[in-house]
Design a protein. Structure first.
Length: 256
């Protein structure tokens, strides 16, 4: 028994050290979540977050089924910005794709996820192993961003319109260990349902974001709120003494 204990201790230490190395490369892990669709102001901010000149920025249109119009809108938005735009489709064939998802995505400076059907997107990512690749990108310090489905995916979960009839709860990747509500003020059903789910314990407390506002997280911690106009905000929603507490998070910068 005396001989076994030091061996077990060594195994435990080595495993802990390996896990720490796998999740902590020294890079700052950054997520920029915004409430609605991508626009020029948000894309300019993503470029700034990379801290690089002419960064490589990849758009993931999975939630819209790689829709051609959405891809064209992405290119149009990025047309006069100082960046190199890329697309990573998930509806692909081995005959035409010469690089793996991992090879493509891990070569980027930032990855932006588009809106659409969150539930379908999460299922496709899991089937294709893209969820694992995005975790590697996150740990590597590649900027992760997106709005609507593209913001919800980074959190534990939230409500989605991905199913027929009514909004329902969907699980995300959990990089940020809270819940999330996009489209906070633009869609009337979002806010009361978010309150109800948090009060009932179906969702954990979390961050709500108006369409034209966004939040920067670094190493899983809230850092700052930004907005594209002075009418949009971000919030932290929790429960205090059995009642919903909606805390306004001051916007530190208006994006122009």
């Amino acid at each position: 028994m005396k001989k076994i204990f030091p061996i077990l201790l060594c195994i435990t230490y080595c495993y802990t050290a390996f896990a720490q190395k796998a999740t902590d490369s020294g890079a700052t892990r950054t997520i920029f979540a915004y409430g609605g669709g991508f626009n020029k102001e948000f894309m300019q901010y993503v470029i700034r977050l990379t801290k690089k000149q002419n960064p490589k920025v990849c758009f993931l249109p999975t939630a819209m089924g790689d829709n051609a119009n959405v891809i064209l809108a992405w290119y149009a938005t990025c047309e006069d910005l100082v960046m190199r735009p890329y697309i990573q489709r998930t509806y692909v064939a081995s005959y035409t794709e010469k690089k793996s998802f991992e090879e493509n995505l891990l070569s980027m400076d930032a990855i932006v996820v588009g809106g659409g059907n969150t539930l379908n997107m999460m299922a496709i990512w899991k089937a294709q192993g893209i969820d694992t690749v995005l975790r590697k990108a996150y740990n590597k310090g590649i900027i992760l961003a997106g709005g609507s489905a593209g913001s919800l995916c980074w959190f534990q979960g939230g409500t989605t319109d991905s199913r027929p009839k009514e909004l329902s709860i969907v699980k995300g990747l959990g990089f940020i260990q809270t819940s999330h509500c996009p489209h906070y003020h633009s869609e009337p059903l979002r806010k009361p349902l978010y309150f109800e789910n948090i009060l009932k314990g179906k969702l954990s407390p979390g961050y709500a974001i108006d369409d034209k506002a966004g939040i920067v997280f670094e190493n899983e911690k809230y850092v700052r709120s930004v907005a594209a106009d002075d009418k949009s905000n971000t919030y932290y929603v929790s429960v205090i003494d059995g009642k919903i507490d909606e805390k306004l998070l001051p916007v530190g910068e208006i994006l122009k």
